[in-house]
Design a protein around this ligand. Structure first.
Ligand code: GDP
Length: 460
C-alpha cells in the first residue's frame, strides 16, 4: 500500500543532532542501502554481517581519506526506529567532520532526508500510528513537565489505544450491516441493533471526554496568554518582576507566538504563562494620556486568555467596580489583584473589596501572597481539572477530527432512533470510521503526510 509514496525506496541520511559544534554529532542512515553504505565507509569490519543492536568502534574512511574515529550502531529491519535497516554513526562533533561524513554517505548512494522523514517511514512501516508519530514532534518541542508528559503519553499510544478500540467495534458493525444489504430481499438483521447502540453510546462518551480534554491540552501545549492591566502606578511592573524573578521560563520558541508582542514567559507548575505586551508595562512613556492607555488595555484584554487586573487597595472602589463590570460584560477570564496591601491592613482591604469573588490581596513589593496568586492563575485556566494520566488531546488536527467523529456518532444514534434504512446507517458508520482513521492514520494521503511531517526537524 505504501509504495504509492514517492521516494520510499531511497536510502536517507541526516544529521540527527543539532547543527554546530558539540561533543558528539550523530548521523543516521535508514533504508535498503544503509548496511552496504556502512560497509563502504567503515572498512574495519563488515557491518552488514554484525548482529542487530551492536556497537562498533573504528575509522570512517572515504576513498583513502580518514574522516574520523567513530562509533557505529547497527539496527537491522524490522527492529529499528523506522522499521528499515538503520545505521547511527556517533562522530566527533565537528561541523567539518560531520559534513564530510554526510558527503561520503551520499556519494555512496543515500540522499539527504527531508524533515521528519525517519518518523514518516516509521509510520508507513507500522511502527507508530499517525497520532503517535505526531507526538514525537510534540515531545521534541516540549518545554514543561506537563507538555512532556502529555506528548510521551500519546507517543506511547495512550490516546490512539482508546480510538482503536472504538474503530474496531464500529468496523465490525459496518461490515455486518453491509452484509445485510446483500440480503435485502430477505429482511434479515445480522447486526444486533441494541449492541450497536451501546457501542455508539460508549464511543460517544469516550470521544466527548477527549474533545473536552483539548482545552487543557491546548493550555499544556501552547501556554496561556496573560495581560497585566492596571492604571499607571498600580504596581504592574513590580508584579511582573516579582513573578519573573521566581518563574522565568527557559523557552526557545513557542509555536504561534510573535516575538514583538510576547516577551516574557513564566512556568508555573508546568504551565507556560505568556505575558503579553510587557514592553508596554516596562516603558512608562507613551501612555501618559489616560484614554490612550485604556484603549490599549482593552485591546490587550481581548487578546488574553487571562487578565490580571491590578489596582492599588487605596484606589476608588467605584472605579474598580466599573472595570469589573466591563470585564464581565466581555466575558473575560480575570483575576482582581488588589495590590499594596502593606499600606492598608489586609482586613481593611477585605472590608472594601472583599465581596468580589475573584480577588486576591497582595503586596507586589514585598512578595506577599504572590504564591497564592500563582495558584489562582493555574486554577483559572485549569478550572479545577487536575491533570491525570488519562489521555489528553493537544493536537488541533486531532481535535477537529474528533468533533467530526462526535457528529457522525450522533448521526448514527439519531438514525437508529428513527429506524433509518441500513444502507444509510452504514454510510454514517463509514463516515465515523473515516474520521477516526484520519487521526490514527489508517486514512491518509501523501499531501497530508507531507504537511504533518514537514513540521518536524531534520534527522527525526
Ligand atoms: P506600574 O506603573 O503599574 O507599573 O507600577 P509600578 O510597578 O511601577 O509601581 C508604582 C509604584 O508603586 C512604585 O513606586 C512601586 O515601588 C510601588 N509599589 C508597587 N507595589 C507595591 C506594594 O505592594 N506596596 C507598596 N507600598 N508599594 C508598591
Amino acid at each position: 500500500m505504501h509504495t504509492q509514496f514517492t521516494g520510499w525506496d531511497d536510502t536517507i541520511a541526516a544529521l540527527a543532532t543539532p547543527p554546530g559544534v558539540g561533543a558528539i554529532g550523530v548521523i543516521r542512515i535508514s533504508g535498503k542501502a544503509a548496511l552496504a553504505i556502512a560497509d563502504n565507509i567503515f572498512p574495519a569490519k563488515k557491518i552488514s554481517l554484525q548482529p542487530s543492536h551492536t556497537l562498533h568502534v573504528g575509522l570512517l574512511k572515504h576513498n583513502e581519506t580518514v574522516l574520523d574515529e567513530a562509533v557505529v550502531a547497527v539496527f537491522k529491519e524490522p527492529r529499528s526506529y523506522t522499521g528499515e535497516d538503520v545505521i547511527e554513526i556517533s562522530c566527533h562533533g565537528s561541523n567539518y567532520i560531520l559534513q564530510q561524513v554526510l558527503q561520503a554517505i551520499t556519494s555512496n548512494g543515500a540522499r539527504l532526508a527531508k524533515p521528519g522523514e525517519f518518523t514518516q517511514r516509521a509510520f508507513l512501516n507500522g511502527k507508530l500510528d499517525l497520532a503517535q508519530a505526531e507526538a514525537v514532534a510534540d515531545l521534541i518541542a516540549s518545554n514543561t513537565e506537563a507538555s512532556k508528559r502529555a506528548a510521551l503519553g500519546s507517543m506511547r499510544g495512550g490516546f490512539s489505544g482508546a480510538l482503536k478500540a472504538v474503530r474496531e467495534q464500529l468496523l465490525k458493525f459496518a461490515a455486518l450491516i453491509e452484509l445485510e444489504l446483500d440480503f435485502s430481499q430477505e429482511d434479515v438483521e445480522f447486526a444486533d441493533r441494541s449492541a450497536l447502540y451501546a457501542v455508539v453510546n460508549e464511543a460517544a462518551l469516550a470521544v466527548h471526554k477527549l474533545i473536552s480534554s483539548f482545552q487543557l491540552g491546548n493550555v499544556i501545549k501552547n501556554g496561556v496568554s496573560v495581560a497585566i492591566i492596571g492604571k499607571p502606578n498600580a504596581g504592574k511592573s513590580t508584579l511582573l518582576n516579582a513573578l519573573l524573578n521566581e518563574n522565568r521560563a527557559i523557552v526557545s520558541d513557542i509555536p504561534g507566538t510573535t516575538r514583538d508582542t510576547i516577551e516574557e514567559v513564566l512556568n508555573i507548575d508546568g504551565i507556560l504563562f505568556r505575558l503579553i505586551d510587557t514592553a508596554g508595562i516596562r516603558k512608562h512613556t507613551s501612555d501618559i494620556i489616560e484614554t490612550a492607555g485604556i484603549e490599549r488595555s482593552i485591546e490587550k484584554m481581548k487578546q488574553a486568555d487571562l487578565v490580571l487586573y491590578i489596582f492599588d487597595v487605596q484606589d476608588d472602589a467605584d472605579e474598580i467596580e466599573t472595570r469589573v463590570q466591563e470585564m464581565k460584560a466581555q466575558s473575560l477570564n480575570y483575576i482582581l489583584v488588589a495590590n499594596k496591601i502593606d499600606r492598608l491592613n489586609d482586613a481593611e482591604g477585605r472590608r472594601i473589596f472583599g465581596h468580589y469573588d475573584k480577588i486576591i490581596f497582595i503586596s507586589a513589593k514585598d512578595g506577599l501572597h504572590t504564591e497564592t496568586l500563582k495558584e489562582r492563575m493555574t486554577d483559572a485556566v485549569l478550572h479545577g481539572k487536575i491533570q491525570t494520566e488519562s489521555s489528553i488531546v493537544t493536537n488541533a488536527r486531532h481535535y477537529h477530527a474528533l468533533k467530526e467523529v462526535a457528529t457522525s456518532l450522533e448521526d448514527i444514534r439519531l438514525g437508529m432512533n428513527n429506524n433509518l434504512a441500513s444502507d444509510l446507517l452504514a454510510l454514517d458508520i463509514r463516515r465515523c470510521l473515516h474520521y477516526l482513521g484520519e487521526i490514527t492514520g489508517q486514512v491518509t494521503n501523501e499531501d497530508m503526510l507531507d504537511y504533518i511531517f514537514s513540521k518536524f526537524c531534520i534527522g527525526k
